[in-house]
Design a protein around this ligand. Structure first.
Ligand code: BJ8
Length: 383
């Protein structure tokens, strides 16, 4: 039996608050002369900046607070994630943007690519060219881009990134990923041990933990505690089991997750970017460290890939593993790539897996909360 130091709600709250709590940590790191690299996307091979001792921070992009400022420069009918991140950079309201020595973007969707061009007017920006295909040619190209990125870091920060340091970071990132996978897969139990919102918040919050070395142990401790309480009979009770997929859905878009769980269901699997989509392992046995990173990162099933078979394969597998009763696809307004893919995802879920599927299109405002609650209540009721 695990010794309980804190109760579960307290631990979940700590992870949920991790982003805010890291503001001070990043300031301290900065004062100690640690370089800070700001990331936009899970395609960033964060092992490289970490291998030169930099802190890698996720840039703020999940609130509507800075959208009015962004709309002075960007079109209104643009994805809220793009407007939000540009707005945070422009207004310096995000401490992670403020402290970043370098902001790294990838050539993912069109809106983001064009936004980076404008961002470069007031922030040091480096853009990694991401191939659109997960073919061998695509992997070879991404491998070259990863090396180019390493050389750029070495040049800008006047340092050398050794292969040994990269291998250390690959191993550490694998340990973090394994602990997050273990935590997520506890939700494959039926009944589910805890609410999906807690798991989503923990996975999202863990990305802002500046003490990266201790992160696997912290998450494994949490998983131990959940397992112990589950064995003692604590759980969510029998509920309809939902898988959530689609555009990144942290922060303001969590309103959909809340609406699903308030309607009496439990979100057992979260396939979006702060969830399972990006929980991939890098092959530590691969003698070519850059090839290993290229394969791992290009394996992410984002809708900016064309075609994007990895997302469909992952959904197919997760629906079985998590005993899913229904799928909710969250689309951020004006996110064309995820929106177009709803046709393929809907076909897989309804025709191949034989379970209900629904699409929720939303933005970062709270004006549609009531409507989303009504729709999710109706969806859950039919399961
Ligand atoms: S790997 S999902 S974090 S690109 S910005 S595509 S919501 S229109 S964010 Fe993403 Fe990397 Fe892919 Fe993940 Fe749509 Fe908006 Fe574009 Fe977006």
């Amino acid at each position: 039996m695990v010794e309980l130091k804190k109760d579960l709600p307290e631990i979940f709250e700590e992870f949920a608050d991790q982003r805010r709590n890291s503001f001070l940590a990043i300031k301290k790191l900065k004062e100690q002369g640690v370089p800070v690299v700001g990331a936009f996307c899970t395609y960033l091979p964060k092992e490289l900046p970490r291998a030169m001792g930099a802190a890698v921070v996720g840039l703020c992009s999940v609130s509507d607070e800075t959208i009015p400022d962004a709309e002075k420069d960007l079109p209104r009918n643009l994805c809220p994630l793009i407007k939000s991140s540009y707005g945070f950079a422009k207004t310096d309201k995000c401490p992670f943007f403020y402290f970043s020595d370098l902001v790294v973007g990838e050539t993912t969707c069109d809106g983001k690519k064009k936004m980076y061009e404008m961002l470069a007017d007031f922030k040091p920006v480096y853009v990694i060219e991401l191939p659109n295909r997960q073919s061998e040619e695509g992997i070879a190209m991404y491998r070259r881009e990863i090396i180019r990125f390493k050389e750029e870091l070495e040049r800008r920060f006047e340092t050398t990134i050794t292969e040994e340091a990269i291998r250390h970071e690959i191993h550490l990132n694998n340990e973090i990923t394994k602990s997050l996978l273990r935590l997520q897969y506890l939700m494959a139990n039926d009944p589910a041990p805890v609410s999906g919102l807690n798991i989503v918040n923990t996975a999202y919050g863990s990305g802002f933990n500046m003490d990266v070395e201790s992160l696997p142990a912290r998450i494994n401790d949490l998983a131990d505690q959940i397992e112990a309480e589950y064995a003692a009979g604590k759980n969510e009770g029998k509920k309809p089991r939902i898988l959530v997929t689609g555009s990144p859905s942290g922060g303001a878009a969590l309103k959909v997750i809340r609406a699903i769980e308030d309607a009496g269901a439990v979100v057992v699997a979260f396939e979006n970017c702060s969830g399972l989509k990006s929980m991939l392992l890098t092959d530590e046995e691969n003698p070519d460290v850059y090839d290993a990173l290229a394969r791992r990162y290009l394996g992410i099933g984002c809708s900016c890939m064309s075609p994007n078979p990895n997302r469909l394969a992952m959904l197919d597998k997760l629906i079985d593993e998590f005993h899913v009763d229904g799928v909710v696809d969250i689309i951020l307004q004006a996110c064309h790539t995820y929106n177009v893919e709803t046709a393929l995802v809907g076909k897989l879920v309804k025709e191949k897996k034989g379970i209900p599927y629904t699409v929720v299109e939303t933005d970062y405002s709270q004006s549609d909360v009531g409507q989303i609650q009504t729709r999710m209540a109706a969806f859950v009721e039919m399961l």
